[in-house]
Design a protein around this ligand. Structure first.
Ligand code: PGA
Length: 241
């Protein structure tokens, strides 16, 4: 694991954008695994800036997102499809048909998960996966559990995740209880992984994930076993390491 320590969130976003731009530079039709949440928003702003400056071309890039809420339509302002359109896709020259998220409206979320993994494989596999980490150690919506779940699957969200995500909804009871998430195996098959962590509130979980044992009760700890993993974090997040 490589660690890049940044002074602040802006530096973290710039460094992450450099790495992602490098991936697109090497392989114009690369497959990028993308994430939602607050942490990658700065990265997406940097990517938009690079595109607007003529330094980055997304015309052949394909993207696959980590997760989507069950029951939210793409037009729902809290859906992850809506988030990605607003924070990134609408502002760059990516073809809509090259952007993929799990279908939250599928009648059969488990089958949708299997379809999603087959689709990623058919595209050729993820070249670079962007991740954040939840306060409980989740990656995507892989919540703390007794075992790691390999494939893309439907999950019941934990109370702590519902509470954390309620900041985006009018009330906690509007947060969907279920989501479809890439599984741990789906994430670990990515050729490269870049995890972004910001702020003192993540310092304890970051230590548990990367300085403790590999344990499904801290899902991100599995990343210790990935052979091309980069952690980009600010000083505050690294304060317990
Ligand atoms: P955050 O979410 O970037 O909004 O902190 C991270 C996550 O829950 O994976």
């Amino acid at each position: 694991m490589r660690t890049i320590k940044c002074g602040d969130y802006h530096e973290l976003s710039v460094k992450a954008a450099e790495i992602l731009a490098g991936c697109v530079g090497e392989k114009a039709d690369c497959i990028l695994g993308l994430a939602t949440g607050s942490t990658p928003v700065g990265l997406y702003q940097e990517l938009i800036g690079l595109y607007q400056a003529g330094k980055l071309d997304f015309s052949r890039v394909r993207t696959v997102n980590l997760d989507e809420y069950v029951g939210l339509a793409p037009e729902h302002p809290q859906s992850y499809r809506y988030f990605m359109e607003g924070k990134l896709f609408r502002h760059i020259n990516i073809a809509p048909e090259n952007t993929h998220l799990p279908n939250g409206l599928s009648d059969d979320p488990e089958e949708e998960g299997r379809r999603y993994d087959r689709m990623i494989e058919a595209l050729g596999g993820i070249d670079l996966q962007i991740l954040g980490i939840g306060h409980n150690g989740h990656i995507g919506f892989n919540e703390p559990a007794e075992v790691f779940t390999p494939g893309t699957h439907a999950v019941e969200l934990s109370e702590s995740t519902i509470k954390a995500n309620s900041r985006f909804f009018a009330a906690a009871d509007e947060v969907p209880r279920r989501a479809i998430t890439m599984g741990i195996g789906s994430i670990m098959r990515a050729k490269k992984i870049l995890i972004l962590v910001e702020g003192a509130a993540k310092a304890e979980i970051l230590k548990a994930a990367f300085a403790g044992p590999v344990d499904p009760r801290v899902p991100a700890s599995i990343l210790q076993l990935h052979r091309d993993m980069t952690l980009i974090a600010d000083k505050a997040a690294l304060s317990c390491m």
